[in-house]
Design a protein. Structure first.
Length: 104
């Protein structure tokens, strides 16, 4: 059975404001910004170093090395993606702090 068009339920394709609640999350739900900042700040150099080390290891491994250069390349790419995610998270946190200081 389908819902009538005005049943009071939220439609997926309907636009909603940034602060609108979409589910059953608590009204005061917030992420710990200090913890996110700390994790991203620590994650960037760690994952960047791991990316460089794994890429170097993959480039210097021989044809019969274990682990193979393909496995090492995939791990280097994964660490690179995690580095990028941490950088994006720091940028989002910076923008959010700037907006909060501006009184938005």
């Amino acid at each position: 059975m389908s819902q009538p068009p005005h049943s009071g339920r939220h439609r997926r394709d309907a636009p909603r404001s940034r602060g609108a609640r979409a589910g059953t999350e608590p009204v005061t739900a917030r992420s710990d910004l200090r913890l996110r900042t700390l994790l991203s700040s620590v994650g960037i150099p760690v994952f960047a170093a791991a990316t460089a080390l794994l890429a170097w290891w993959a480039a210097s491994s021989g044809p019969h090395s274990s682990p193979s250069d393909r496995v090492l390349s995939v791990l280097a790419a994964l660490c690179g993606v995690l580095t990028l995610a941490a950088v994006v998270d720091l940028l989002v946190l910076r923008r959010r702090r700037r907006q909060e200081r501006a009184g938005r």
